[in-house]
Design a protein around this ligand. Structure first.
Ligand SMILES: [Zn+2]
Length: 141
């Protein structure tokens, strides 16, 4: 994996904080290189985590780029931009990877309009030309 050379070891916000995806690692050692386009997520679950981190940073470019062209909403659409909310945490419950297909079940906690919520989803991913892409997801509960 490419070693990140992100502006002297600092993130865009000037700090190398704990990664939002709850891996326990720092942003620069975890999802940072993926979001910066300096490395490619090696597994479906790594891509899923990096997409969550992109949500917390409102990185629309990365969210679009990691979404399969067949199911990707148009840039700027409601679905693409999502409602503004604060993401509070990610919990990966399980994941499977079989060849070029993977699924990840997770719970993401968020707060919007002063209300806390939980998103429980099983996401599907495909690997095309060595790059994992988000295909679609099914909400649970
Ligand atoms: Zn991460």
């Amino acid at each position: 994996m490419a070693k990140a050379k992100l502006t002297g070891g600092k993130g865009a916000d000037g700090s190398d904080s704990r990664c939002a995806c709850d891996s326990g690692g720092s942003f620069l050692a975890c999802c940072g290189p993926f979001l910066a386009g300096e490395a490619i997520a090696p597994t479906a679950v790594a891509l899923m985590r990096s997409r969550y981190t992109a949500f917390t940073r409102n990185n629309q470019v990365y969210l679009q780029a990691s979404w399969h062209p067949r199911t990707r909403p148009a840039a700027g659409s409601d679905e693409a931009s999502q409602a503004p909310c604060q993401w509070l945490g990610l919990q990966v419950l399980s994941y499977q990877q079989d060849g070029d297909q993977g699924t990840v079940e997770f719970i993401a906690r968020y707060k919007t309009g002063g209300r806390a919520g939980r998103l429980h989803e099983v996401s599907r991913f495909v690997c095309e030309a060595g790059q994992w892409l988000y295909l679609d997801g099914t909400f649970l509960e």
